[in-house]
Design a protein. Structure first.
Length: 319
């Protein structure tokens, strides 16, 4: 069976895609491209063969786990079956090693697919606004590629590159979303934001009006609660700089920092917040202590007044 094809001609041209103005980055990326270029492309038969080997390895892992569990239980019961299962473990362990080797070859032979999609996303917005370079995008694509190898079902007859492209694009998109805003947005919410933007654009073209949340939920196939979370996340992504001028067309305009009121110095505010937290914990400790003591209401009141619990300052026992 032919598992590998010849390396594609002109693969060295991928080096041109690494140009981002940083010579050291370009050099590292060029070395990476040379390294992955050593792996030949897989034929469709090779993809199936490797996928089957990986599947057999996973089944062997379950078999080994079951054998070891059974032997451990028998040992607990006073019996020793480790020697009996040794002959069964040896071939299963070999299948596991073969599966791991097949997975590694499967991934390495498709690394150029992650490079291809990374370059598709590598535009000026991603570089300047999201702060993600080509190496970061490629690494995210590689993570998606690994997931695709783990989940690939050879029985469905699809070519692996078609299936893997979805996983690679998804992880690259998430990488851009996570780095494009200082506020962390969960991947699920980020996916919903993308769905909403696509659905909103489609409905606006179709009906020439802003769609309602119910229409968006139906088109994007998500719940109203998920829409609310996505819309809130969109607001969280909008950040303001305290040093930015209030009037964008006037560089001498006042900044937000200059017009925002200051009720006190930062040190005073921090000290006040610390005292509030300390007093709260102090009150909880006294309340817990009182609950464990056999005191009547008057006695508890005296203790609370003495320690200043429940508002007000501490009072002497005579008062």
């Amino acid at each position: 069976m032919t598992v590998l094809e010849q390396s594609p001609a002109g693969f060295e041209d991928f080096a041109e895609w690494s140009e981002d103005g940083n010579e050291s980055t370009e050099g590292l990326y060029f070395i990476y491209l040379q390294e992955i270029g050593r792996y030949k492309l897989l034929t469709k038969e090779g993809e199936v063969h490797l996928a089957q080997t990986i599947e057999i390895g996973k089944q062997a892992e379950e078999e080994v786990s079951g054998l070891i569990t059974m032997a451990a239980l028998s040992h607990t019961a006073g019996q020793n079956h480790f020697a009996d299962i040794y002959d069964q473990l040896t071939p299963e362990l070999q299948k596991i090693r073969d599966g791991q080797s097949a997975k590694e070859l499967f991934v390495n032979s498709n690394l150029r697919l992650a490079v291809f999609w990374a370059t598709k996303f590598n535009n000026s917005y991603v570089k300047k606004m999201a702060g993600v370079n080509l190496m970061d995008l490629t690494q995210a694509g590689n993570m998606g590629l690994i997931r695709a190898v783990e989940k690939f079902d050879w029985r469905k007859g699809f070519k692996f590159s078609t299936y893997a492209s979805w996983w690679i694009r998804r992880d690259i998109s998430r990488e851009i979303v996570q780095h494009g805003t200082p506020v962390h947005i969960p991947p699920r919410v980020g996916d919903n934001i993308a769905k909403l933007q696509k659905s909103e654009h489609k409905l606006m073209l179709l009906y020439d009006s802003d769609p309602t949340d119910e229409e968006l939920a139906l088109e994007a196939d998500i719940s109203l609660d998920e829409i609310a979370a996505a819309q809130a996340a969109e607001l969280w992504k909008r950040t303001l700089s305290l040093d930015a001028p209030l009037r964008t067309n006037d560089a001498s305009s006042e900044t937000l920092f200059e017009v925002v009121g200051d009720s006190g110095s930062g040190t005073d505010v921090a000290k006040e917040a610390e005292e509030i937290v300390a007093n709260s914990e102090y009150a909880k400790a006294v309340a817990t202590l009182l609950a464990s003591c056999d005191l009547n209401d008057d006695e508890q009141t005296v203790v609370k007044l003495f320690y200043g619990v429940g508002g007000g300052s501490k009072k002497e026992p005579k008062k």
